[in-house]
Design a protein. Structure first.
Length: 99
């Protein structure tokens, strides 16, 4: 996994405090692949992939909301994953419910 943070300068002191909780030293191959994707692939390539992820997320969110209701999706508004409130409390019942 390779990533970066973009934040306002005023948050720099606080970001330094949190940096030790971030995984460091991704493998060199991952770094080179990320750099190639951003430079050779270009911003258009990245935008196309992000658009596809957003479309997938919307499709999944719609399907979950159709079954569990609009209030079932919580958080994750800027992410490619969803957090959903399931209608059961027990882990084993969740597995049974999903199957």
């Amino acid at each position: 996994r390779v990533g970066y943070y973009a934040y306002p300068e005023r948050l720099h002191p606080e970001m330094l405090k949190a940096q030790d909780t971030i995984a460091i030293c991704p493998p060199v191959m991952s770094q080179k692949a990320a750099l190639a994707a951003l430079t050779e692939g270009g911003a258009d390539w990245v935008r196309e992939r992000v658009r596809g992820l957003a479309e997938n997320r919307h499709a999944v969110a719609s399907a979950v909301e159709d079954v569990l209701g609009k209030d079932a999706i919580v958080g994750g508004s800027g992410a490619i994953y969803l957090m959903a409130k399931l209608p059961v409390q027990d882990d084993f019942r969740v597995v049974d419910w999903l199957s």
